[in-house]
Design a protein around this ligand. Structure first.
Ligand code: SF4
Length: 198
């Protein structure tokens, strides 16, 4: 029975995934951009300063370093991202969206077809769908022992002081309020075992 439900879930997720990717690529400036390139661009727009490296992109997308390297080279050649040496460790490259990359992403995501479909649902139905998808994602990440890449504000290391200041209990660095909304490769859910500091 559970396998049958998993089959149904797969069918729906695959079809929805195809429609979402097609919808994102229908935007004129996005034509010619491959889905994986758009996914890498979207990840880099959502991640925090600890997570904007080629290795983190590879981990997030579940791709080899070689494939990600090619993807990032295309994005850079098209003026959508910049590679910037890390301020502390010059061997580390940080990837940052250019204004052109940000504008392209704003046109493509969320795809119009998804926004229109969600707009047809009640507020409660939309929230239930998002919550169910979040639960499924977390269960799959746990089953595969993958990094959660969760939102910083939900991490067990996130510290919010009485005066409103924030800091990371893992890196011991200050965080800005906007950091709380970003995703992080070091994110640890409150019920996960603690990792060793990087
Ligand atoms: S609090 Fe957690 S998610 Fe936020 S920066 Fe630190 S390790 Fe990353």
């Amino acid at each position: 029975m559970k396998e049958t439900i998993a089959n149904h879930a797969y069918d729906y997720l695959e079809r929805i995934g195809n429609l979402v990717r097609m919808g994102a690529r229908r935007v004129p400036p996005v034509n010619g951009i491959q889905p994986v390139q758009l996914e890498a661009l979207h990840y880099l727009s959502s991640c925090n300063r600890y997570s904007n490296t080629p290795l983190a992109v590879a981990e997030y997308l579940g791709l080899t370093k070689g494939t990600v390297s090619q993807t990032l080279s295309v994005l850079e050649a098209n003026g959508l991202i910049e590679k910037i040496p890390d301020g502390k460790d010059r061997r580390v490259v940080r990837l940052v969206l250019t204004p052109t990359g940000e504008a392209l992403l704003a046109e493509a995501i969320p795809p119009r077809v998804l926004a229109l479909a969600m707009g047809e649902l009640t507020e409660q139905a939309s929230q239930e769908i998002v919550a169910a998808l979040q639960g499924l994602l977390q269960a799959m990440q746990k089953a595969n022992q993958l990094k959660s890449f969760g939102v910083c504000g939900t991490c067990r290391h996130h510290r919010l002081e009485a005066d409103g200041s924030r800091w990371c209990g893992l890196t011991l660095e200050a965080l800005q309020p906007s950091d709380a909304e970003k995703i992080c490769r070091e994110h640890t859910a409150p019920d996960e075992a603690l990792d060793a500091p990087p």
